[in-house]
Design a protein around this ligand. Structure first.
Ligand code: F6P
Length: 333
């Protein structure tokens, strides 16, 4: 009998779903069971935790789960959990079920919830899962690799149409306030332009610069002009997609707009996402069962990191310079 035997732990997925979440849940359940623990699946994130919507999982329950997109546990963005009353209710459920610990799989907001739980004495480990790749202390969050592939497939298809009709396209991709997805996929597709959050598109000087840049492609008879836009570049009173389409048209191209939307979040997880989720699920569960708490699992290169939540949230999230440098270089006609 190991000292982890007989422990009761639970896993939940929270926030926006991300491909690979299921592989993480599978890993938590299988590692937990193989260490002699009882593992519970909590449905619908923190909402389900507050409602006591959970049940014990067997190995059979997670059979063949790695290849499935979305999250079989369901997810939610629960505002109520952040209230004093909602949080207290969640603590009551944890106590009522006599849970020794929790693994939270989700993005920034979900991991903040996990930090709060651990500060309240509930042993809690976090696994970063969000297509936005906006979480520090891990090279990638679960879901990013699949989302990138979905995006480049869409852009490649749009490029065929753009070239056939000599059009410009503004393609808006997700990523919240972080521009990682736009930058990475823009480089991968050889986009002519990538617009990141923080770019002031309402500034007349910036607008003139963009028109000038697009015009240079147009006069050179470039058959398409692809602008990948980060959704976070829009703000109150600034629809980046509309402004850019107008500027590209002004430079000569017949321009269309495509907002890729939620197609980016679904689909079969790539091999990388399944394996990243498996590694993270394994590490988080082992650490939790050994008594660790208040940390997020990350993978940097081949190293598995366990970083305290406060360090994760305090870190600056820079975009990779090697991508920033290449945006211009690779889009030369
Ligand atoms: O955080 C993941 C994400 O897909 C963001 O890129 C996007 O801004 C947001 O979620 C959309 O959220 P919802 O699905 O709640 O509309």
């Amino acid at each position: 009998m190991t000292d982890t035997a007989g422990k009761k732990i639970a896993v939940l997925t929270s926030g926006g779903d991300a491909p690979g979440m299921n592989a993480a849940v599978r890993a938590v359940v299988l590692v937990g069971i193989s260490c002699g623990a009882d593992v519970y699946g909590i449905y619908n994130g923190y909402k389900g935790l507050m409602e006591g919507d959970l049940r014990q999982f067997s190995a059979k329950d997670v059979s063949d789960l790695s290849r499935k997109g979305g999250t079989v546990l369901g997810s939610a963005r629960s505002k109520e959990f952040m209230t004093e009353e909602g949080f207290a209710q969640a603590l009551r459920v944890i106590k009522g079920y006599d849970l020794d610990g929790l693994v939270v799989v989700g993005g920034d907001g979900s991991l903040h919830g996990a930090q709060r739980l651990s500060e309240s004495g509930v042993k809690c480990m976090g696994i970063p899962a969000s297509i936005d790749n906006d979480i520090a202390y891990t090279d990638y969050s679960i879901g990013v690799d699949t989302a990138q592939d979905t995006i480049i497939e869409a852009i490649d298809k749009i490029k065929d149409t753009a070239s056939s009709h000599r059009r410009g396209f503004v393609i808006e991709v997700m990523g919240r306030a972080h521009g990682f997805l736009a930058l990475a996929t823009g480089v991968a597709c050889g986009a002519e332009m990538v617009i990141l959050p923080g770019d002031d598109l309402t500034n007349p000087e910036r607008q003139a610069q963009i028109v000038d840049e697009v015009s240079r492609y147009y006069v050179r008879k470039k058959p398409n002009f692809i602008c990948v836009l980060a959704e976070g570049a829009s703000g109150p009173g600034c629809s980046a997609v509309d402004i850019l389409a107008e500027l590209i048209s002004r430079a000569g191209y017949d321009c269309r707009k495509t907002i890729l939307g939620h197609v980016q979040r679904g689909g079969t997880p790539t091999c990388n996402d399944r394996n990243l989720a498996t590694i993270m699920g394994f590490a988080a569960t082992k650490a939790l069962l050994e008594g660790d708490t208040g940390k997020m699992v990350g993978v940097s290169g081949r190293e598995v990191l366990l970083t305290p939540f406060e360090d994760v949230f305090a870190a600056e999230m820079d975009l990779p310079q090697e991508f920033l440098d290449k945006v211009r270089l690779l889009s030369v006609y």
